[in-house]
Design a protein around this ligand. Structure first.
Ligand code: BTN
Length: 266
C-alpha cells in the first residue's frame, strides 16, 4: 500500500470530479483520491446524471497532472488510453476484493470502460481532461455499485451491484485503495510504450464484447459487426461485410459513440 496516498472523503459533495479539480488547482499531489458518500450532481458519460445516494456505492476520482504523466513516459497521444487503464484497474481491484471474500465470479469490461458482472453494469468511468490557461489535469471519475440499491426504471434492466451479482459481501474501503493502487501500476506499465501494445491482451481477455456481434452507433453511421478487441491505440476493431460480401475492419475510437450487443446492453 502507498502510505503517502491521500484519500479525501466528503460526506456530501456535488461531484468528486469537480472537488478534485479544485484540490488539484490548490496543489494536491498526483494520485490524490476524492471519495463521496453522496453526490448531489454526479455526472456520467454523454451528459447523463450519475446517482450516488449512499455508501452502498463508491464515487471516487483520481487526479493526475498531464506534465507529470509526460515525465513518466506517456505521450500526449497516449492520454486517451488512461480511461482504458482505469477499466483494467477496476476489474483487477474487484477480482482482488472478491478473492478476499473467497469468490471467483468473472468480471468483464464492456468497451471502452463499463465494468460488467453477469451482463449487468456495476461500474462506469468518466475521465475528464481539464484544460485551463494554467493547468492540464486528467481526472478519472469512477462510480461503482457495491451493494443492493434501487435503480431508476430506465436503467433497472442493465444496472447491477457487485455483492448481489457475486453473492458475497466485499470490503468497500479495500476496493477504493486497490483501484487507486492498480491505476498507478497500470500507468507505469503503459508508460513503457505509451500505447496499448503491452496491455491489449490483458484488456481483450476481459472484454465482454470479444468475438461478439456488436451494434455501433455514432454521429457518422450505425452498423453491426463482430468485435475483434482493441488495437494498440485502444480503438475497437469491428469486422464488417460490404454489400458485395467482402470483409473489412472499422476501427472505432472512443468519444460520442455507443457500442452494445445486438440484443441489449452486452
Ligand atoms: C458512466 O456514465 O458510465 C460514467 C459514470 C461515472 C460516475 C463517476 S462517480 C465519481 C465521479 N464523479 C462524477 O461526477 N462522475 C464520476
Amino acid at each position: 500500500m502507498n502510505n503517502t496516498r491521500r484519500i479525501i472523503n466528503f460526506e456530501t459533495c456535488d461531484s468528486t470530479n469537480d472537488r478534485l479539480k479544485e484540490l488539484m488547482k490548490g496543489g494536491a499531489v498526483d494520485g490524490t483520491v476524492v471519495t463521496a458518500d453522496v453526490q448531489t450532481n454526479g455526472r456520467g458519460r454523454v451528459s447523463r446524471r450519475w446517482r450516488t445516494d449512499s455508501r452502498d456505492s463508491i464515487a471516487m476520482s483520481v487526479g493526475f497532472r498531464a506534465e507529470n504523466l509526460y515525465s513518466r513516459g506517456i505521450t500526449e497521444k497516449g492520454l486517451p488510453c488512461i480511461t482504458l487503464l482505469a477499466a483494467i484497474s477496476v476489474t483487477d481491484a474487484i477480482y482482488h476484493v472478491l478473492r478476499m471474500a473467497r469468490d471467483d465470479t468473472p468480471v468483464h469490461i464492456k468497451w471502452p470502460n463499463d465494468i460488467v458482472i453477469n451482463g449487468r453494469k456495476v461500474c462506469g468511468i468518466l475521465t475528464e481532461n481539464i484544460l485551463t490557461d494554467d493547468h492540464h489535469f486528467i481526472i478519472v471519475g469512477i462510480g461503482i455499485n457495491v451493494r443492493h440499491m434501487d435503480f431508476p426504471p430506465d436503467i433497472a434492466d442493465i444496472a447491477g451491484n457487485i455483492e448481489d451479482e457475486a453473492g458475497v459481501m466485499i470490503d468497500r474501503d479495500a476496493l477504493i485503495v486497490s483501484v487507486a493502487e492498480e491505476l498507478d501500476r497500470y500507468i507505469d506499465l503503459f508508460a513503457k510504450t505509451s500505447d496499448m501494445s503491452e496491455l491489449k491482451r490483458h484488456y481483450n481477455e476481459r472484454l465482454i464484447n470479444m468475438d461478439r456481434i456488436v451494434r455501433v452507433e455514432s454521429q457518422d453511421e450505425d452498423f453491426t459487426g463482430v468485435s475483434m478487441g482493441i488495437d494498440d491505440t485502444g480503438a475497437l476493431m469491428v469486422k464488417r461485410k460490404s454489400d458485395s460480401g467482402e470483409s473489412f475492419v472499422t476501427k472505432v475510437s472512443f468519444g460520442e459513440v455507443s457500442v452494445r450487443g445486438v440484443y441489449g446492453y452486452v
